[in-house]
Design a protein around this ligand. Structure first.
Ligand code: SAH
Length: 228
């Protein structure tokens, strides 16, 4: 006799998804949320998000949601990572600066597309853990440093592309200055407790063009270094 719906555990769709199935659904979710650039999708297929999420949340690495990481921070939602990367339109000779290393996931994706990636975070611990993951993955073109990213990275400037993964009320002046003419910066702007907008800033010969991309929610860009 067949039990009520939901009790028949012998059906295929009740079996836990294999890793390959979860990764396939992950890529499908990215496409359905607007990540359509083939190079970005290939980069995201190569970089295993499971390597950047630790502890109990690792099981959810292939879901399209932000997840907690150390120091009270979060690894961004994969579709947002994809849309930001796509908006940067990175070329293979580009040097990219990322503000907000966090888990290192976004930087590892940038490193698939750019010549050189610099990523900075205000937490020493996050930078150390991300560096360990980069070495384990054999990523040699990404350098992570502990510093307050609101001031950019003057020693390595100017940059072809800048990505900020924490929300500021306005684009920080030093970051605008460290963008090459023709360069693109993508960042969330707005107050941390309100709706923020992802914007794309393009530096032209005469100034800056601003495009609003979509509403987002990011942790705030905070001044000074963390104590861990
Ligand atoms: N890109 C990350 C997610 C970033 S979460 C990933 O792929 O996992 C935002 C990060 O910005 C946090 O780690 C936070 O510590 C960092 N951050 C906030 N303010 C900062 C600042 N002024 N300088 C550098 N990093 C900052």
């Amino acid at each position: 006799m067949t039990g009520p719906a939901g009790e028949d555990h012998g059906r295929d769709d009740d079996l836990p998804a294999t890793l390959a199935e979860r990764k396939m659904r992950f890529l499908f979710a990215l496409r359905s949320r607007g990540v359509t650039d083939a190079r970005v999708l290939t980069a995201m297929e190569k970089v295993d998000r499971g390597r950047f999420v630790r502890g109990i949340f690792a099981a959810r690495a292939y879901e399209d949601m932000p997840l907690p990481i150390a120091c009270g921070q979060t690894i961004s939602q994969p579709s947002v990572v994809g849309l930001m990367t796509q908006a940067l339109n990175i070329g293979p000779r580009d040097t990219v600066l990322e503000i907000g290393t966090g888990s290192g996931y976004q930087a590892a994706i940038l490193a698939q597309l750019a010549r050189r990636v610099y990523t900075v975070d205000r937490w020493k611990r996050l930078v150390r853990e991300a560096q360990e993951t980069f070495s384990a993955l054999g990523l040699v073109n990404v350098t992570a440093m502990t510093t307050d990213g609101s001031f950019g990275l003057p020693d390595q400037a100017p940059f072809d592309r800048i990505l900020v993964t924490a929300a500021a009320e306005d684009p920080p002046g030093p970051l605008l200055q460290q963008l090459k003419p023709g360069g693109i910066m993508v960042l969330p702007v707005g107050q941390s407790d309100a709706v923020q907008h992802l914007i794309k800033v393009t530096r032209t010969e005469r100034g800056f063009d601003y495009d609003e991309l979509r509403p987002v929610r990011f942790v705030p860009l905070v001044e000074g270094l963390g104590n861990e």
